[in-house]
Design a protein around this ligand. Structure first.
Ligand code: GLU
Ligand code: ZN
Length: 303
């Protein structure tokens, strides 16, 4: 049995807000309840979206809330050699292909396939460059993305919070970009490589990320990596009923009152809002969520 290791993996696009603290606290509590380690990883592959200093601000906010990582913090922007090695491995295995599609090309292909333009429901990648590989001359003309061929069929997995889940990855999502044409490493590849390389056994994160799980499981399978156990925790909603974000009024956490911040986060997680010793919160956590100890949960099933 692998010892429990969890993580909190914020993207430093802005300071922590009430919603991101819930994910941080949930992952911390779960690690402590399992007598495990809690690591922090800064997901800053998309440099232009990460204002300088935001990483330091997030780390300061976590420290003010007394959420201290059990290992040195890691930055994805310093680990790109690992993503390149994984991409090379996928290429050798025939799992990826170059894609020259622009957004416009994809929209046109979807329309041709009869997809009505919908603002909210993300349409799957139509598979253009999988079926008709770009000519060598076209690839030589400029940079291109790399896409991962997702396997067909329905993925089934168990989420510790949400229960039985399933997704037809090919139908709903289509082939996933792993490296963008501008050279930015995609979240899906970086997160899979890092969770494995760091020996993460349990992933606890917000429910907005739940439907990324089959993409990540498919990549783990193609790379021969273990699949962690997943748990997706409730979200804090903004006034418009959407996930709390900068766009709908998420305020940066005021960590001058860390107890108030932590209590609000604990309430979202269904923990008692009464101030009490950490030991009590952990006990309550253990009672609330069934504890699954072994990594690579046995009821996870690839198509
Ligand atoms: N970096 C992602 C985010 O902030 C979370 C990644 C993860 O927990 O898998 O939304
Ligand atoms: Zn393409």
């Amino acid at each position: 049995m692998m010892p429990y290791r969890g993580r909190f993996a914020p993207s430093p696009t802005g300071p922590l807000h009430a919603g991101s603290l819930v994910a941080a606290l949930a992952s911390w509590l779960d690690a402590k309840a399992h007598h495990g380690q809690w690591w922090v990883r800064i997901e800053d592959t998309d440099g232009p979206r990460c204002p300088p200093g935001t990483d330091a601000l997030i780390l300061q906010q976590l420290a003010q809330c007394h959420l201290h990582p059990d290992a040195p913090v890691q930055w994805q922007s310093r680990r790109t050699h690992l993503y390149q090695a994984a991409l090379d491995q996928l290429q050798r295995g025939g799992h990826i292909y170059p894609c020259t599609c622009s957004r416009k090309d994809i929209a046109a292909a979807l329309t041709a396939q009869g997809w009505a333009a919908q603002r909210h429901a993300a349409a799957p990648y139509p598979g253009t460059c999988r079926h008709q590989p770009p000519a060598t001359s076209q690839l030589a003309q400029g940079p291109h993305a790399w896409r991962f061929c997702v396997p067909s069929g329905v993925w089934h997995w168990h989420d510790r919070c949400m229960g039985a889940q399933s997704q037809d990855l090919a139908l709903r999502v289509g082939d996933v970009v792993l490296r963008r044409a501008d050279g930015v490493w995609a979240y899906q590849l970086a997160v899979v490589v890092d969770d494995a390389e760091q020996g993460i056994t349990h992933v606890v994160r917000g429910q907005d990320l739940a439907d990324n799980t089959p993409r990540q499981m498919a990549l783990q399978q193609a790379l021969g990596l273990a699949t962690p156990i997943y748990m997706h925790t409730p979200l804090v909603l903004g006034a418009d009923g959407e996930k709390l974000s900068k766009q709908n009024g998420a305020q940066a956490l005021d960590t001058h009152d860390p107890l108030a911040c932590l209590q609000a986060a604990a309430t979202v997680l269904g923990l008692s809002a009464h101030p009490g010793p950490v030991a009590e919160a952990l006990e309550y956590w253990v009672q609330q969520w069934s504890m699954v100890h072994s990594a690579g949960g046995s009821d996870q099933q690839a198509p």
